[in-house]
Design a protein around this ligand. Structure first.
Ligand code: DQA
Length: 148
C-alpha cells in the first residue's frame, strides 16, 4: 500500500512560522513521523511539498499514474481558494484526507471554507502534528476497506 502526503504553500516553513499556531516541529520532522507510522501500519509513505501550484497539480497527476492508495493533504492557504488543486484531486479515485495543523474553524473567516472539503473523505484540523498522524491512520483504514 502506498500513501502520498502532500504539503502545500508555505508549509516548508513549519518550525519557524508562527509557532504559537503551528508549533515548532519542522516539516522534515513531520515527514519522518509519517514515514515511521507508515512502517508501523505496513504502508509506504511518500511526502511532497511545493510552493508552486502547478508543481503540486503535476504531482497529483503523477499520483494518478502511479496509482496511490490514498492521499493525505494539507494544502495550506490553497485549501481556501485553489480550484486547480481541487480539480486535480477530483481526478483521483482513492480516498483523500484533508488535514490542518491549526483549528481553521476557530480562526479568521477566510479559513472557515475549504474548496477541497467536498471532494475529500473528511477533514482533521486543530491537533498539530497529530492531525497528520490521525490523517494517515484513517487514510490507511479507508484504503484497506476499498481493497477488501
Ligand atoms: C493550515 C491552515 C491554513 O489556513 C493556512 O493557510 C496554512 C496552514 C494549517 O495547517 O493549519 O498555511 O493549512
Amino acid at each position: 500500500m502506498k500513501i502520498l502526503t502532500l504539503h502545500g504553500i508555505n508549509l516548508n516553513m513549519f518550525g519557524k512560522r508562527d509557532p504559537k499556531t503551528y508549533g515548532t516541529t519542522t516539516l522534515a520532522e513531520i515527514d519522518a513521523q509519517l514515514v515511521a507510522l507508515g512502517q508501523e501500519l505496513g504502508t509506504e509513505v511518500a511526502c511532497f511539498q511545493s510552493n508552486f501550484e502547478g508543481a503540486m497539480v503535476e504531482r497529483i497527476h503523477a499520483a494518478h499514474t502511479e496509482g496511490v492508495d490514498a492521499i493525505v493533504i494539507n494544502a495550506g492557504a490553497w485549501t481556501h481558494y485553489s480550484y486547480g488543486i481541487r480539480d486535480a484531486l477530483a481526478i483521483l479515485q482513492c480516498p483523500i484526507v484533508e488535514v490542518h495543523m491549526s483549528n481553521v474553524h476557530a480562526r479568521e473567516a477566510f479559513r472557515h471554507h475549504s474548496v477541497l472539503a467536498e471532494i475529500a473523505q473528511g477533514q482533521i484540523a486543530g491537533f498539530g502534528v497529530d492531525s497528520y498522524l490521525l490523517g494517515l491512520r484513517t487514510a490507511v483504514t479507508h484504503a484497506k476497506a476499498r481493497q477488501a
